[in-house]
Design a protein around this ligand. Structure first.
Ligand code: 13P
Length: 287
């Protein structure tokens, strides 16, 4: 069932669990994520970056594929199609293409410009019936060419952006995209606590879900995080399973080169990863 992310995240915040955003790259990814959600009876947010969309053919292809799978696979749990880290123009294109949710990443602008642009996106997206995520304080690391420095957001700026009517808010709290370095200082719960105190019931978003220790995930959920983004971890699981298949020479046995066979272990690994995260985030049976 295709929905916006607004209600699922309000329910998550009130129920003290988080809904996972799993970024997709292709058909196998999307199928694995959707079937994991259905089997876990969990709501799910499919994250689509501009880069991943381009890879798949474009925003319309992403929407068409997801809608087709929901119908053909009989996916009855709530599913949101969410633009991850979009520019102003990306958001406009996704509203047009039938996404149900957009993230406007204004974290690299000065706060006044972030406010002005977020205000405009909130207006346009809400008129079209989409939910909106905004960001304060850049997420560190690199994802599909979007590079951030990993700063901690200013809670007062978070409050200003929250008051623009966004449906959920991403705030930098020392998190980064991709693997965490050995000397990572961990999440700043002090910052998260201060942000939640100022923003109240607004669901908060934790980017860079890959590699955050379980106790930190649980503590973040306790402090108001209702959406957790996972991307790299599925990529690593897919790559490792595919490597194992090929290194075992299975592509050379019989029709092991058939893409439906060759890509199956990777797809199964993605599905397993998604299920493990849903358990950890507490979203199982919350559909
Ligand atoms: P990871 O790649 O670190 O899991 O981060 C995902 C993310 O935050 C998507 O926006």
């Amino acid at each position: 069932m295709l929905v916006t992310a607004t209600k699922m995240l309000q329910d998550a915040k009130a129920g003290h669990y988080a809904v996972g955003q799993f970024n997709i790259n292709n058909l196998e990814w999307t199928k694995a994520a959707l079937t994991a959600a259905q089997e876990c009876n969990s709501p799910i947010i499919l994250g689509v970056t501009a880069g991943a969309s381009k890879y798949m053919g474009g925003y319309n292809t992403a929407v068409g594929m997801i809608k087709g799978l929901i119908k053909d696979l009989n996916i009855t749990v709530p599913v949101a199609i969410h633009l991850d880290h979009g520019s102003f123009d990306d958001c406009l294109k996704c509203i047009e293409a039938g996404f149900t949710s957009v993230m406007f990443d204004g974290s690299h602008y000065e706060i006044d410009e972030n406010i002005a642009k977020t205000t405009e996106i909130v207006k346009l997206a809400h008129e079209a019936g989409l939910s909106v995520e905004a960001e304060v304080g850049a997420i560190g690391g690199e994802e599909d060419g979007v590079v951030g420095t990993g700063e901690c957001a200013d809670p007062v700026e978070c409050k200003k952006i929250a008051d623009l009517g966004v449906d959920f808010l991403a705030a930098g709290i020392g998190n980064i995209h991709g693997k965490y370095p050995e000397n990572w200082a961990g999440l700043s719960f002090e910052t998260l606590d201060a942000i939640q105190q100022l923003t109240g019931d607004l669901p908060l978003v934790l980017h860079g879900g890959t590699g955050i220790p379980e106790d930190m995930i649980k503590k973040a959920i306790n402090l108001g995080v209702a959406k957790i983004n996972v991307n790299t971890e599925c990529q690593l699981a897919f790559a490792a399973a595919t490597r194992e298949y090929i290194e075992a020479g299975k592509d050379l046995q019989g029709k092991g080169f058939d893409p439906r066979k060759l890509l199956a272990p990777g797809a199964a690994a993605i599905k397993e990863t998604v299920k493990t995260k849903m358990e950890l985030f507490g979203s199982v049976n919350k559909a």
